[in-house]
Ligand binder design. Structure first.
Ligand code: PEP
Ligand code: MN
Length: 338
């Protein structure tokens, strides 16, 4: 339920409403807007009639039921786009954030050189996996804590904040202490205990869509994170599994439009994992901007031929710099700030 308060309510009256919501067994999430405050009361839908008691409070203007199964992620609760800020990188509300870096951290030279290269080219955030969810147990699994230390070193050398994936709920504090933002990978999009843990941790989350996740399920996963108090969720479309086998996955660009209609959260595109083909990555970055996405996440390697993971889909630094140049040109027409 959304509880819309009258303009200029006194703090004491707002607190009384929040207290009542809690007494009724719901969790209030206050959203302070320019004009007025609205409160999202989330809890068991079967009990929502109990919230009608709030109509008698003088500062309450009206109660509006939230029709979607996701509440805090919905546009119904928040009309304005959420802008997620990670250091100086901005995503959403007209800001187009660019995240770039290798699939996985391999060694100091690789990650530091790549970080400095992508920063110079214009990236706003570094990516790199230290814990890799590989299909085969025999593939390179990542450098784990050593990888996190190397990412921290790359941040120091380049000035870029970094996002890295966390796979296990028990590792959230450890990974989160190093990282500026935590990534939940496609395979863990419905790992609900992991979603709850990262939601409690408090740092921004990049939540990737699963290969078989509907948009509704994707937004429900975001809801898990938001319901734990985290407000900074960046959604990432990275391709879904279809009958088509010419590309690694099928990039669902229309998800950007659907999500912008239904949610206030920013959504970025990962064309690298979506296609698995280096040459397809630049045009899809431009398509992402053209259809209104809030950014891209691109795999870039200082020496893609030698990459231990996802080399065929990784751009070299020069190619990445050319993508950024074209995105800057496009931003003049798309109205996005790069
Ligand atoms: C990644 O971004 O490193 C990754 C493994 O992607 P996904 O979870 O989308 O497969
Ligand atoms: Mn990868």
């Amino acid at each position: 339920m959304i509880i819309v308060l009258k303009p200029r309510c006194k703090k004491k009256s707002v607190e009384a409403v929040l207290k009542k919501i809690r007494e009724l067994g719901f969790t209030p999430h206050a959203i302070v807007g320019v004009e007025r405050t609205v409160i999202g009361a989330v809890g068991d839908d079967r009990d929502k009639h109990m919230l009608e008691a709030l109509e008698t409070y003088p500062c309450v203007e009206k109660l509006v039921p939230i029709l979607q199964p996701y509440k805090l992620a919905s546009r119904e609760i928040r009309r304005e786009a959420t802008v997620v800020k990670v250091d100086s990188a901005l995503f959403g509300g007209g800001h187009f954030g660019v995240i770039a870096g290798p699939c996985s951290v391999e060694n100091e030279k690789q990650i530091v050189q790549t970080a400095i290269g992508v920063k110079k080219a214009g990236a706003k955030m570094l990516r790199g996996g230290a814990f890799k969810p590989r299909t085969s147990p025999y593939s390179f699994q990542g450098l784990e804590r050593e990888g996190l230390k190397l990412l921290a070193k790359a941040r120091e050398e380049s000035g870029l904040p970094f996002v890295t994936e966390v796979i296990n709920p028990e590792d959230v504090e450890m990974v989160g202490d190093y990282a500026d933002a935590l990534q939940i990978g496609a395979r863990n999009v419905q790992n609900f205990s992991l979603l709850r843990r990262v939601g409690k941790f408090g740092k921004p989350i990049v939540l990737k869509r699963g290969m078989s996740t509907t948009i509704q399920e994707f937004l429900m996963s975001a809801e898990y994170v938001l319901s734990e108090g985290c407000k900074d969720v960046i959604l990432c479309e990275r391709g879904i599994r279809t009958f088509e086998s010419a590309t690694r996955n099928t990039l669902d660009l229309s998800a950007v439009l659907v999500i912008h209609e239904r949610s206030h959260l920013p959504i970025i595109i990962d064309p690298s994992h979506a296609t698995g083909v280096r040459n397809y990555v630049p045009p899809l970055c431009y398509a992402a901007m053209a259809c209104g996405a809030d950014g891209v996440m691109v795999e870039v390697h200082n020496d893609p031929q030698k990459a231990l993971c996802d080399g065929p889909q990784s751009l070299g630094i020069e190619d990445f710099a050319s993508v950024i140049r074209k995105l800057k040109e496009l931003s003049k027409f798309s109205g996005k700030k790069l």
